[in-house]
Design a protein around this ligand. Structure first.
Ligand code: 5GP
Length: 250
């Protein structure tokens, strides 16, 4: 097999045209219309792409962490788009129509929740907070409420109920998993997509690029905040997260 073709479930999958390039991933068509080929880039951005840097090996770390988290969630019954790895940085995923909403769950105060509401950081939120943002780089992903999402036709009321219930299921599982490895899951962003039959499933990636993770022993960030706040090489924390996940999920 070449870099652009793999054996998957008894069929040869060939990489096709680039369909989408985001800030940290590329998505390609494949020879199977129900499957996409996702590539994790080494690029890291902050401030919606205004600050950009390359960190060799970051794509590999994120792909590895994401694959482990998707596999863990699948073992607990969560349906998602991840099908399997093709290489250290590439994976096959189910083709979905991405719903243009970012679903943020917050277990502790941080980031925009702190700046928006003037509260102290690292305060436990009970119950956890769920927020929606409109996924739009041009508009800087503005905050969006449920009636706006329904009125603009992004999701029905029933879809949103499904999405928030799935986000809660994922949250319970991820909080418990990270707790086992002495990491607090502060907040994170999920994306959901629709399969051809309309079923809504978890999509995108699950990595320290879109989560805040804090080491319970040292209080240090193990995620993209290290880059956002210019605290050093973000790969150190990502590698630490990966090693702890490898240990607990083996
Ligand atoms: P905040 O709203 O505080 O900036 O972000 C809340 C959480 O969601 C953080 O863990 C952050 O990494 C994640 N998040 C929110 N929006 C985005 C986004 O557009 N891209 C990525 N990668 N993560 C996001």
């Amino acid at each position: 097999m070449t870099d652009n073709a793999v054996e998957f479930n008894g069929q040869t999958i060939t990489k096709g045209d680039l369909l989408y390039e985001g800030k940290a991933k590329q998505v390609f068509a494949t020879s199977d219309p129900a499957i996409l080929w996702m590539h994790y880039m080494d690029q890291v951005t902050a401030l919606n792409g205004k600050v950009k840097e390359e960190y060799a090996g970051k794509g590999q770390l994120n792909s590895n962490i994401s694959n482990r988290l998707f596999t863990y969630l699948a073992s607990k019954g969560v349906t998602h788009h991840w099908l399997g790895s093709v290489s250290a940085t590439d994976e096959l995923v189910k083709k979905v129509d991405i719903i243009p909403l970012e679903v943020v769950t917050r277990n502790y105060t941080a980031g925009h929740f702190v700046s928006r509401f003037g509260v102290e950081p690292m305060q436990k939120l009970t119950p956890r907070v769920q927020e929606l943002y409109y996924k739009s780089d041009e508009l800087d992903d503005p905050f969006m409420n449920q009636s706006q999402a329904i009125s603009l036709g992004f999701a029905s009321e029933a879809d949103l109920k499904t999405i928030f219930a799935l986000a809660d299921e994922v949250n319970e599982l991820l909080v418990a998993l990270f707790e086992q490895i002495d990491i607090t899951l502060i907040d994170y962003k999920l994306e959901f997509g629709r399969l051809a039959d309309g079923q809504i499933i978890l999509a995108d990636e699950l990595s320290p690029d879109n989560m805040r993770l804090v080491d319970q022993k040292t209080g240090k960030s193990l995620d993209k905040d290290v880059f956002r706040q210019k605290q050093g090489d973000l790969r150190v924390g990502y590698q630490d997260v990966l090693e702890r996940l490898e240990d607990v999920l083996k």
